[in-house]
Design a protein around this ligand. Structure first.
Ligand SMILES: N[C@@H](CCC(=O)N[C@@H](CS)C(=O)NCC(=O)O)C(=O)O
Length: 206
């Protein structure tokens, strides 16, 4: 059976678990260590030398990097749906995955670290404010991209929605004074209709 290493509260692990729930593939989930401690586990670093989660073990095939895992599993089990068959739709979906990893993730990590993992007296309010403003600005990018479409790559739910969608829970939970973005909010409401999103993503942030 497919094993997913990580912890359920991690945004990157959630992408993989959300996909697995969507496609109904049996898996077992191995809890590695508490937040921020994967790098300290020599046992885990035999699987992923970066000491980052998630990693999957599919009958001895070890793969890390959450978006690579999502692409692989979607191509294998949801080809033509979550993994789009049309090359342009796939490129569009891929683009949002890369954007999530390279543009969104570093700043939302700052928001999470400052707001959830740092005691109020030790917070750097200027750093937090800048990261929140960055998130609001990028929410505007998403809102514009979602004009006239139900999902990020078009009319149907694809892997790009998974990569970016988990971010929405964090944005909505942690960033105050969010501008009104009708397209973004409609998309987020669509995601919340999905049982797998509610089960895997809408969980306490730690
Ligand atoms: N680019 C990597 C990033 C992985 C990553 O940063 N994971 C975080 C959790 S979201 C992590 O392992 N943090 C260290 C820890 O929790 O011990 C991926 O997408 O898989």
């Amino acid at each position: 059976m497919l094993v997913v290493y990580g912890r359920g509260s991690s945004s990157n692990v959630q992408k993989v678990l959300w996909l697995l729930e969507e496609i109904g593939l049996p898996y077992s989930s191995a809890h590695v260590v508490p937040p921020g401690k994967a790098k300290e586990s020599e046992e885990y670093k035999k699987l992923n030398p970066n000491g980052l989660i998630p990693t999957i073990d599919e009958d001895g095939f070890i793969l890390w990097e959450s978006n690579a895992i999502v692409r692989y599993l979607a191509a294998k089990h949801a080809n033509g749906t979550i993994y789009p068959a049309d090359l342009r739709v796939r490129a569009d979906s891929d683009r949002w995955m890369d954007w999530q990893a390279t543009v969104l993730a570093p700043q939302i990590a700052v928001v999470l670290l400052q707001k959830v993992r740092t005691p109020p007296e030790k917070r750097d309010e200027a750093v937090l404010a800048a990261a929140c403003q960055f998130a609001r600005d990028k929410a505007g990018v998403l809102d514009a991209a979602l004009a006239g479409r139900n999902y990020l790559a078009g009319s149907t739910f694809t892997m790009g929605d998974i990569a970016v969608g988990q971010w929405m829970w964090r944005y909505a939970s942690l960033v105050p004074d969010r501008p009104k973005h009708a397209n973004l909010e409609a998309w987020y409401a669509r995601l919340q209709e999905r049982p797998a999103f509610r089960k895997i993503v809408m969980t306490p942030l730690v």
